[in-house]
Design a protein around this ligand. Structure first.
Ligand SMILES: Nc1ncnc2c1ncn2[C@@H]1O[C@H](COP(=O)(O)OP(=O)(O)OP(=O)(O)O)[C@@H](O)[C@H]1O
Length: 232
């Protein structure tokens, strides 16, 4: 589907299939996912455990390869990128809020936020400035020097969101960002993400089981057995 890259979608998937190989067994995770997400949308990916939400985020984020179909990010087809091009795409366009990329425990909140910018080659003075601003923006002014263990779960998630946001990625992919948060902290985090979405036009794609998150997002894609079962 060559035209997939030409329209205004920031993320587009066409018939994406992903099968994991576990020893001799093939585990189908995505069985033909097609979707289109416009710039600036705030979308939840809902669905039962094992339905394929995390796998889909991994495909969109260029973290893993799909078997067939195509994923376009800002019009660029990921299947045609080599690993180093995928790494560039992740670093330049995508912010991740994933449990698997938790905060680095020996780095302060500020250092955690600066880490990605360091990889991106942002100069130190600018890193300081930007990390201070974004931490203030997520309500953590005065806590910049704290280690993750010295912050609450909700505050740690705010640092993770700040880290994902600091370099203004076009897209933020979040996997269960409210896991381990109570409903008050979840709502605060969601409100903050929604404000940032409106202010900066960042596209947010959030995989979740949490009904509070699903209610909150403007668009909901329900994933069932590796396909899009509902889009409303
Ligand atoms: N690395 C892997 N190797 C083998 N099978 C995998 C792997 N990762 C995921 N799967 C399988 O792929 C399917 C989809 O998994 P996925 O993690 O995408 O679901 P999910 O909707 O994110 O689930 P959850 O809500 O529990 O996180 C499941 O059957 C899962 O067991």
């Amino acid at each position: 589907m060559e035209a997939g890259g030409q329209d205004s979608a920031i993320v587009k998937c066409d018939a994406v299939v992903k099968t994991y190989q576990q020893g001799a067994i093939q585990v189908p995770a995505l069985r033909g996912i097609s979707l289109s997400i416009a710039r600036g949308e705030f979308v939840s990916l809902a669905g039962a455990s094992g339905s394929g939400k995390t796998t889909l985020l991994n495909m969109i984020g260029g973290l893993d390869r799909f078997g067939s179909g195509e994923v376009w990010v800002e019009g660029a087809p990921l299947s045609r990128m080599n690993n180093s091009e995928l790494a560039d795409l992740r670093l330049s366009k995508i912010g991740f809020v994933f449990q698997a990329y938790n905060l680095i425990p020996v780095l302060s909140a500020r250092e955690n936020v600066e880490f990605i910018m360091q990889l991106q080659g942002v100069a130190q003075a600018e890193r300081r400035d930007l990390s201070r601003q974004i931490l203030a923006r997520v309500g953590l002014a005065g806590m910049e020097q704290r280690l993750p263990a010295e912050l609450s779960g909700g505050q740690q998630q705010r640092v993770a969101v700040a880290r994902a946001l600091v370099s203004h990625p076009a897209i933020i992919l979040a996997d269960e960002p409210t896991a381990n948060l109570d409903s008050k902290n979840s709502l605060e985090l969601l409100t903050m993400m929604a404000e940032l979405n409106l202010e900066s036009g960042t596209t947010l794609i959030v995989a979740t089981h949490d009904p509070q998150v699903i209610d909150f997002t403007r668009r909901k894609l329900v994933i069932k057995d590796g396909t899009v079962a509902e889009d409303y």
